[in-house]
Design a protein around this ligand. Structure first.
Ligand SMILES: NC(=O)C1=CN([C@@H]2O[C@H](COP(=O)(O)OP(=O)(O)OC[C@H]3O[C@@H](n4cnc5c(N)ncnc54)[C@H](OP(=O)(O)O)[C@@H]3O)[C@@H](O)[C@H]2O)C=CC1
Ligand SMILES: O=C1O[C@H](COP(=O)(O)O)[C@@H](O)[C@H](O)[C@H]1O
Length: 496
């Protein structure tokens, strides 16, 4: 787990002019710096193809901060301090020539090489991770202190992810590889571990005897944000389910780890992935929905359909929405359905997990209110981070008799800790890499078991060759995703 010592590091950021770097990485590093969590010796070299000057690169980073950091957190001195840490070199990542720039950057004016660990961040498509790794090695940039951070998705199926992992693994030991799934850095996702394993009240109820079903929704309001080229190859299943949603499912379903060590947690997650029931045969018709958004309205504004997005191929059948029902086939969860859904262009950005507890076996209240009679634990991941337990109380008043009323026992993180800024996922993840702690990162076998499950699903739907169901932008997805859960006498929980 985390230690309090924050060592200085040299960060080499590949893909320094890309979308992720500007949108997430610079703001996260800036916040760490502003909060005093970067050692004064830490610095960063941006690496990208374009031959631009250092000043011009610094301007790009500053512009990204202005765009992405809340004005109340943008402090002139803190920005200047952060920008002063930055260097830049133009290189083509695929050719060895140019990598000497990284070696030179790490040598000081007296010709002494940096004592700090080199932290390499690959903010580029995974198909070039292998080339970059071997070029780093051949150019003499690496030693046993070096760490590499790789972004998702790793490959596009089990086979290609194996090839990428082999290529990185030929250069770096597993203990040097930090596979990012930024959902693992979110505050409330972290809290799942505290909630489940620090509170006996929940720990003892967490099984098929007490829980009737589980819902996980990750709804996005945005469309594909100019990332057609990437997204159309991936689709929502590879972009969101293979990684973020399955990781959430693992954290909900895993058995208690023996400690908070990285491998103890990862071992338990792998067991869940191995036990995840595949969706095959007739279940492809009943337990799986694929959707694609068409023109609609979000926040009262007309937005284009997926096939009308900039750069679109109008024949694409890539899914922008997926819903499915699965089960974790083990003693703890047998018979408990897990309903998951995720989509782009939904009415709200809303990620939440709802644990539905079973009803009391003997019921003594008004029979008309029986459908109310179960508790729900609602874990809101974003945007209103918090945890709420729906309990039943008596409706107050003399005229009500023993009428039940559902109400929340609520922990809203922003109200409970008003002075604390909830850090962005990338801040926490970058800090953990700097500290050399791996527990929030994904091990190779987790990625591969997740791909194995997703590959089976893709093989199934490709064999059926069915087009995705259409849903208007600004809706909660195709009606068939509502039918999927309604058939079981349930509904998606949409209060937040
Ligand atoms: N953007 C996002 O929201 C998210 C992205 N990711 C992952 O992060 C990674 C980066 O994504 P993103 O920032 O969106 O991608 P971009 O395409 O925006 O950025 C990639 C950058 O790498 C550069 N690059 C690629 N190949 C080379 C090369 N051979 N030599 C030199 N430069 C090269 C590109 O330069 P050029 O423009 O000149 O080609 C570009 O600046 C990907 O793995 C993606 O899957 C994960 C989660 C979210
Ligand atoms: O990894 C990704 O995540 C984002 C959603 O992340 P969030 O933190 O805003 O919930 C998604 O939009 C993107 O397509 C995907 O690559």
């Amino acid at each position: 787990m985390s230690s309090d010592i924050i060592p200085g590091v040299d960060i080499a950021l590949f893909g320094a002019l890309g979308d992720l770097a500007k949108r997430k990485l610079y703001p996260a590093l800036y916040h760490l710096d502003r909060d005093g969590l970067l050692d004064k010796s830490t610095r960063l070299i941006g690496l990208a193809r374009q031959d631009i000057s250092l000043d011009s690169f610094k301007e790009t980073v500053e512009a990204a901060l202005k765009e992405r950091v809340k004005p109340e957190h943008l402090e002139k001195d803190a920005v200047a301090r952060f920008i002063a840490r930055i260097g830049y070199a133009a290189l083509d990542f695929g050719t060895l020539e140019g990598y000497s720039a990284i070696v030179d950057w790490r040598v000081d004016a007296k010709g002494k090489s940096s004592p700090r660990p080199l932290l390499i961040y690959l903010s580029v498509p995974s198909r070039i991770y292998g080339d970059i790794s071997s070029n780093l090695q051949a150019s003499g940039c690496l030693d046993e202190q070096s760490r590499v951070v790789v972004e998702k998705p790793i490959g596009s199926d089990l086979e290609s992810s194996g090839a990428v992992n082999d290529a990185i693994g030929a250069v770096f030991a597993e203990s040097q590889i930090y596979r990012i799934d930024h959902y693992l850095g979110k505050e409330t996702v972290q809290n799942l571990i505290a909630l489940r394993f620090a509170n006996p009240m929940f720990g003892n109820q967490w099984n098929q005897n007490q829980i009737s079903h589980v819902e996980i929704t990750v709804a996005e309001k945005v469309g594909i944000e100019g990332r057609w080229g990437y997204f159309d190859q991936a689709g929502q299943l590879r972009d969101m389910v293979q990684n973020h949603l399955l990781q959430l499912l693992c954290l909900i379903a895993m058995d208690p780890p023996s400690s908070l060590d990285a491998d103890a947690i990862r071992d338990e997650k792998v067991k869940v992935l191995k036990a995840l029931r595949p969706i095959t045969g007739e279940r492809l018709n009943t337990d799986l929905v694929r959707g694609q958004y068409i023109t609609g309205a979000v926040d009262g504004q007309r937005v284009p359909g997926y096939l009308e997005e900039e750069g679109a191929n109008t024949e694409s059948s890539t899914e922008t929405f997926v819903a499915f029902k699965t089960e974790v086939s083990n003693w703890r969860w047998a018979g408990v359905p897990f309903y998951l859904r995720t989509g782009k262009r939904m009415p709200e950005k809303m990620s939440q997990i709802v644990i539905h507890f079973r009803q009391q076996p003997h019921y003594i209240f008004d029979p008309d209110q029986r459908s109310l009679a179960s508790n729900k634990l609602i874990i809101r991941l974003q945007p209103h981070e918090g945890i709420s337990l729906q309990v039943l109380t008596k409706d107050p008043g003399l005229d009500k008799g023993m009428r039940l009323r559902p109400g929340p026992l609520d922990l809203d993180f922003n109200n409970a800790f008003p002075k604390r800024r909830i850090p962005e996922a990338y801040e926490r993840l970058l800090l953990e890499v700097i500290k050399g702690q791996q527990y929030l990162f994904v091990r190779r076998d987790e990625i591969e078991h997740a791909w194995r499950w997703v590959d089976t699903l893709i093989d199934g739907w490709e064999s059926r060759a069915a087009a995705p169901s259409r849903y208007p932008a600004g809706s909660w997805g195709p009606v068939s995703s509502i039918a999927m859960i309604t058939r079981d006498g349930r509904s998606w929980y949409e209060e937040y």
